[in-house]
Design a protein around this ligand. Sequence first.
Ligand SMILES: NC(=O)c1ccc[n+]([C@@H]2O[C@H](COP(=O)([O-])OP(=O)(O)OC[C@H]3O[C@@H](n4cnc5c(N)ncnc54)[C@H](OP(=O)(O)O)[C@@H]3O)[C@@H](O)[C@H]2O)c1
Length: 247
Amino acid sequence: MFSSVTMEQTALITGAAKRIGKAVALYLAEQGWNLAIHYHSSGRAANALQEELEKTYPNQKFVLFKSNLQNPFAVEALIPEVLKEFGDLNLLVNNASVFEGSSIQETTFDLLDRQMMINYRAPFLLMRDFARLVDRGIIINFVDTRITTSNSDHAAYSLSKKALWELTKMAAVEFAPNFRVNAIAPGVTLPPEDKDESFLWKLAAKIPMKRPGGAEPILKSLEYILNNDYLTGQLLFCDGGENLAVR
Ligand SMILES: NC(=O)c1ccc[n+]([C@@H]2O[C@H](COP(=O)([O-])OP(=O)(O)OC[C@H]3O[C@@H](n4cnc5c(N)ncnc54)[C@H](OP(=O)(O)O)[C@@H]3O)[C@@H](O)[C@H]2O)c1
């Protein structure tokens, strides 16, 4: 009853080639899931992940799906393509994201468009299609602990994640009882690709837990969401208390 082992079940993870998405893919594969591994520009990393998973779990199925989530036609094609390949889909993890800093006044049209289309419109359309095309399932959306503040240093990014959290709750109501829809809000987790660990520790000094979280708390929250079949419309912070206070 408490096991998350879900043999012959399939998950679609967006942005799964690297970093948190890859950690989610490795975790779900270990739990017995078949995976639709979505990526955009990280073809080499996606291929390496697929190869590693196929070698480790030869009885499971791992298929790569390349698409640009800024393109609405590519987004609308994704769930049908996954269903064509796997026949069914049981879990959608909206992980792919772009993270660009700029205040409201500095925000260009292109930056606003990227942030909203990739971080908000794409998950919206994928959730819609999942609920339309599949009988029942679980959706997990990655937001950010930043949604609790009104800091405008990453204005468009923060607003895209605030919108995704509102959508999470709305979908939890509309899609129930056959779908559960929840969100995970990481905080200081992994450094941006152009920064190192010391950057992360500097940020972490300001949060209650005083250390970066890494992927582990996120995977524990993922496991909790999968195993708790009465949980819907909820947000699990994986942020070492950052949503409460930053000093
Ligand atoms: N890292 C953190 O500390 C942190 C903190 C708070 C919240 N989060 C949230 O947690 C999630 C994972 O974080 P992360 O740092 O691992 O994410 P990330 O590395 O910034 O991005 C994940 C993936 O998103 C994909 N992506 C970007 N633009 C795309 C596009 N146009 N079309 C399709 N895919 C696109 C990329 O795939 P390709 O590489 O294949 O192009 C990328 O690998 C995100 O939703 C993020 O907002 C992370």
